[in-house]
Design a protein around this ligand. Structure first.
Ligand code: PEP
Ligand code: MN
Length: 341
């Protein structure tokens, strides 16, 4: 249910209304704009008659809604969410610009991440990716450098004035990762890790929420609701391919999710053709297609020496390929009146 408060409501009255709702076992999320203050209310004691709320002082209207996508859907907020990053002027996700997020699958050592950061910056991208805590299918594969990896990616990003995206897998690492990153990444395997999503909902930094490899769009948006309902409005959805019967590709890149998300949600949508296709020759055409399909950001893996990468080498773009791809994406973006940033 949505509770619209009266325009001139006092803070005291608003607190009284929120307390009353919480005493009746509702969870309440407040969102305010210049025009109005709205309470998004869910749950509630069995038998509570919400009709009575309409008559309370301070409440302008109560709208009952069985819409599950209360915060991510367009019904209650049509204006697109624009994610900005403090300290990085001009870097935004969800506006007219299409942000490029690039970097290795994993941070491996200082030389590697510095060389890649330099390349990313030189080709004109503004956001560096790289995992320090890696979700690997096998426990015997390289698991990432952990805290040391975070320090390295931060140092490299700062040197080349790039923002950082890195993955968080565990609630116990949120504080640590928050110190080093600008955007938290939730990987495909953790899209339904609800305790993690709830914890990130309490934070201020944006979250790049990858689609689970077996998740429907509905489930993905519900996962976004976990973050939004905690008060963190900065969610970027990221399509990275889903598992189907097809096995000539690593995953099936669901490009159609891009216009579907734009229609159903005000949240920005990124596309990751690297994990979707698994091979660098396929990453390039699918990155081009994702721009044409309306993605607000493109995330690609790039490596200074892909043959020796400790994870996901076959899908990492060679340095020259990355620069060429970016120049092509710029031209495709122009055709749809957007620009690469
Ligand atoms: C990654 O981005 O490095 C990653 C592991 O991606 P995904 O969660 O999409 O598999
Ligand atoms: Mn990877």
């Amino acid at each position: 249910m949505i509770v619209i408060l009266e325009k001139n409501i006092t803070d005291k009255k608003m607190d009284e209304i929120i307390s009353l709702l919480e005493e009746n076992m509702f969870s309440v999320y407040k969102s305010s704009s210049e025009e109005e203050v709205i309470l998004h209310v869910s749950g509630g004691k069995p038998g509570f008659n919400s009709k009575n709320l309409k008559h309370l002082e301070g409440i302008a209207d109560v709208i009952k809604t069985d819409e599950s996508f209360k915060l991510s859907g367009r019904k209650n907020k049509n204006e697109n969410t624009l994610i900005t990053l403090p300290g990085y002027e001009g870097v935004e996700i969800g506006g007219n610009g299409i942000a490029i997020i690039a970097g290795p699958c994993s941070v491996e050592n200082e030389k590697q991440i510095f060389e890649i950061a330099e390349l990313v910056a030189k080709c004109g991208a503004r956001i560096l990716r790289g995992g320090a805590f890696k979700p690997r299918s096998s426990p015997y594969s390289f698991q990432g450098l952990g805290a040391d990896g975070l320090k390295l990616i931060r140092k490299a990003a700062d040197t080349f004035k790039l923002a950082v995206v890195t993955e968080v897998m565990d609630t116990r690492h949120v504080d640590l990762i928050e110190e080093y990153t600008d955007i938290f990444q939730v990987g495909s395997r953790n899209m339904q890790n609800y305790p993690l999503l709830k914890e990130l909902g309490k934070r201020k930094k944006p979250v790049l929420l990858k689609r689970g490899f077996a998740a429907r769009i509905e489930e993905w948006l519900l996962s976004a609701e976990y973050i939004l309902s905690g008060g963190n409005e900065g969610v970027i959805l990221c399509e990275r391919g889903i598992r189907t019967f097809e096995n000539f590709t690593r995953n099936t890149f669901d490009l159609s999710a891009i216009p579907v998300i734009h229609q159903k949600s005000h949240l920005p949508i990124a596309a990751d053709p690297s994990h979707a296709t698994g091979l660098r020759q396929r990453v390039i055409p699918m990155a081009r297609a994702a721009v044409a399909a309306g993605a607000d950001a493109i995330m690609v893996e790039v490596h200074n020496n892909p043959q020796h990468a400790l994870s996901d080498g076959p899908q990492a773009l060679e340095p020259d390929q990355f620069c060429l791809l970016l120049s092509q994406l710029k031209r495709i973006a122009e055709v749809i009146d957007r620009k690469i940033i």
